[in-house]
Design a binder for this molecule. Structure first.
Ligand SMILES: NC(=O)c1ccc[n+]([C@@H]2O[C@H](COP(=O)([O-])OP(=O)(O)OC[C@H]3O[C@@H](n4cnc5c(N)ncnc54)[C@H](O)[C@@H]3O)[C@@H](O)[C@H]2O)c1
Ligand SMILES: [Zn+2]
Ligand SMILES: [Zn+2]
Length: 369
């Protein structure tokens, strides 16, 4: 079939929206009609050429939500036509060594081919002028339709509006999961969140859902600090050179039980480690640092009991836990509407990138007609 898709033709250049071909799903794959797709930093990072693992041309997009139209014959039947689904760049096969462990979401089932831009059988369903066109993060959801492995689709409550489901496919689940599943924030804790974009706001929400007593949000932008208060921060402070000293002062000299970094800046990551409590503080990194950058930590901080962790997709096991997070939204515990600050058509994808560069709004969601 012919579909409209936003193609990364060349690094550093605007995406080009055009007609491409999409072939039928094979066994273990499903054809999804996208209703919405969030525009995430990782798309921009790859489009810019900064990502060392990036490749072009390909169809970008990985924060998708839509409806299953067709399932390839002979597959596991995890999804069925009509299912409302959230796309998963981090799949959950349920059977590999990592899926069987409650400690991680790092499913290994299809990662090699996904990283190369292909579906699990090593071929692409996307095509242009008879030539294969590579997929991105196993999803390629800047498109009207996508063929996606069944293990990379989370079936969610059809009552949930799909534009609001899209942020659960990446940024929002990453932040919430970092607090709930990776760090395992305990009720009554003191938490500090560095960075209040979608990921950091997700951390704030996760800390609140976990019953944290004190949630301190730090950002450069007053607007974003106000957003953090709306979603559950009890204290906010403008980022400054003395942030770590201030946090220690607020916590009897010890530091916070849990800190979260959601900026991608390695100097802030270091602050998150230094602001974690002596004896048991856990610092969780969510941000993606630039190529070649390293995190500088004085080992004495670790000897005296601080721990450093990190997570991809917040440690969320996609097929089992994304539907639970969507249910929390439907129950009124997460204000998703407030996080989706702009809606555009597929042709507006480059404008969404520019808005992100200017830090306008929290999340732009592409809606498909
Ligand atoms: N681990 C994952 O699976 C995963 C998933 C999605 C995104 N990410 C990464 O998470 C990070 C955050 O993503 P986002 O979409 O929320 O980004 P964003 O740019 O919307 O938010 C970052 C926030 O950090 C703030 N900030 C910048 N410098 C700061 C400082 N010195 N102190 C405190 N705050 C500061 C900015 O003002 C901004 O509000 C990015 O690095 C992104 O690539 C990781
Ligand atoms: Zn697995
Ligand atoms: Zn993302």
């Amino acid at each position: 079939m012919k579909i409209r898709a936003a193609v990364l033709e060349e690094f550093g250049q605007p995406l080009v929206v055009q007609d491409v071909d999409l072939n039928e799903p094979k066994a273990g794959e499903a054809l999804v009609r996208l209703a919405a797709c969030g525009v995430c930093h990782t798309d921009l990072y790859t489009a810019s050429g900064a990502d060392p693992t990036g490749y072009a041309p390909c169809v970008l997009g990985h924060e998708g939500a839509g409806v299953v139209e067709k399932v390839g014959e002979g597959g596991p039947g995890i999804v069925a036509p009509g299912d409302h689904v959230v796309t998963l760049f981090a799949p959950e096969c349920g059977e590999c060594v990592h899926c069987l462990s409650p400690r991680t979401n790092r499913c290994v089932a299809i990662r090699d081919q996904q990283g190369l831009g292909f579906l699990p059988d090593g071929t692409a369903r996307l095509e242009r002028n008879g030539e294969p066109l590579r997929h991105f993060m196993g999803t390629s959801t800047f498109a009207e339709y996508a063929v996606i492995p069944e293990i990379a689709l989370a079936t969610v409550d059809p009552e949930a509006p799909l534009a609001g489901c899209a942020p659960f496919a990446c940024g929002l689940s990453t932040g919430i999961g970092a607090a709930l599943y990776m760090a395992g924030v305990e009720p009554g804790s003191t938490c500090v969140v560095f960075g209040c974009g979608l990921v950091g706001l997700g951390c704030v929400i996760g800390c609140r859902l976990a019953g944290a007593e004190r949630i301190v949000a730090i950002d450069l932008s007053e607007d974003r600090l106000a957003e953090a208060r709306h979603h559950g921060a009890t204290d906010t402070r403008a980022a400054a050179d003395d942030t770590v000293d201030w946090i220690r002062g607020e916590t009897g000299g010890f530091g916070a039980d849990y800190t979260f970094e959601a900026t991608g800046n390695v100097a802030v990551m270091r602050q998150a480690v230094e602001a974690a409590r002596e004896a048991w503080g856990l610092a969780t990194m969510c941000g993606v640092a630039g190529k070649g950058e390293t995190l500088d930590v004085v080992p004495r901080l670790l000897i005296t009991g601080r721990r450093v962790a990190g997570t991809s997709f917040g440690g969320v096991k996609g097929r089992s836990q994304v539907p639970q997070l969507v249910d929390l939204w439907l129950a009124g515990d997460i204000d998703v509407d407030r996080l989706v600050t702009a809606k555009v058509s597929l042709d507006g994808v480059n404008d969404a990138f520019h808005a992100m560069e200017r830090q306008e709004g929290i999340r732009t969601v592409i809606e498909f007609a």
